[in-house]
Design a protein around this ligand. Structure first.
Ligand code: GLN
Length: 271
């Protein structure tokens, strides 16, 4: 009996430190968080595709501006660090985040359950939906989305966007044409090579306004698109910080100011 007890004591003595090392301490979680790394290196690296007006685009000097750009700048300012914006293709943003090349994505990106399997999202900072820009030449009679689900329809989408993903599900009978650039999709519709372009509300409103002669539009959103900031999966320190930031700027007027600056001329639902 005695022997047994001392054997157990010896085993605990030698094995306990090993067992403990499997656990991760709070300090290690803090060290690994992008929040800590950003502060340590004195720079916040933000990934976006600077081609999504008015969320991210360039001014006449080629500098990134827009709603998301200003939001990212507020984050950097509140962290007390510099900002670096990395412009990349939309479909390359999540891989870049996972590879540690950027600290966060803010790029008019819709948070979806599928994407949230690989990255973590903050609370939404803008709520919108998908709409359709329709070709007067190819589809003058189309006024409802159900009409787009037919074999003779050609739908243009931007590669890797929710418009791309949703089109395959909602309009399975139609033929889908995928393009890297938003402008290519618009051109397809304007020139009558596609029936419709399925994309985010704010962009469709703008393209319709710019192409009144050649297009019409379905401007009642037919999906739910909450835009959110994406960070590496499971980084709860950074996630908490960013959610607190969004909550704070929504309460202190900075968020409304930004909305007024970028969306005053667009008819927008509140988000
Ligand atoms: N909101 C869309 C998405 O997340 C498109 C965003 C974009 O093109 N920047 O897929």
């Amino acid at each position: 009996m005695r022997f047994k007890i001392s054997l157990i004591a010896v085993l605990i003595f030698f094995l306990l430190p090993d067992l403990c090392s499997f656990g991760v301490t709070d300090f290690e979680i803090y060290e690994a968080s992008a929040l800590n790394q950003v502060i340590k290196r004195n720079k916040l690296v933000v990934g976006m595709e600077v081609k999504f007006f008015p969320f991210e685009y360039v001014d006449t000097d080629g500098r990134p501006i827009g709603f998301d750009v200003e939001l990212a700048k507020i984050a950097a300012m509140e962290l007390g660090v510099e900002i670096e914006i990395k412009d990349m293709e939309f479909s390359g943003l999540i891989p870049a985040l996972q590879a540690g090349k950027i600290d966060m994505i803010i790029s008019g990106m819709t948070r979806t359950p599928a994407r949230a399997r690989t990255v973590s999202y903050t609370q939404p900072y803008f709520k919108t939906g998908l709409c359709a820009l329709i070709s007067n030449k190819r589809a003058p009679e189309v006024s409802e989305t159900v009409q787009l689900n037919a074999e003779n329809r050609i739908l243009a989408v931007k590669l890797g966007t929710t418009g791309d993903i949703v089109t395959a599900r909602l309009f399975p009978k139609a033929r889908v044409k995928r393009f890297k650039e938003e402008t290519e999709c618009v051109l397809e519709v304007v020139s009558g090579r596609a029936d419709a372009f399925i994309y985010d509300e704010v962009s469709i409103i703008r393209h319709f306004a710019l192409n009144k002669e050649t297009t019409h539009a379905i401007l009642k959103p037919f999906t739910y698109e909450p835009y959110a900031i994406a960070i590496r999966h499971g980084d709860f320190d950074f996630l908490n910080w960013l959610n607190l930031l969004l909550e704070t700027i929504k309460a202190d007027g900075r968020y409304e100011e930004l909305r007024g600056k970028y969306f005053s001329d667009l008819q927008q639902r509140s988000g």
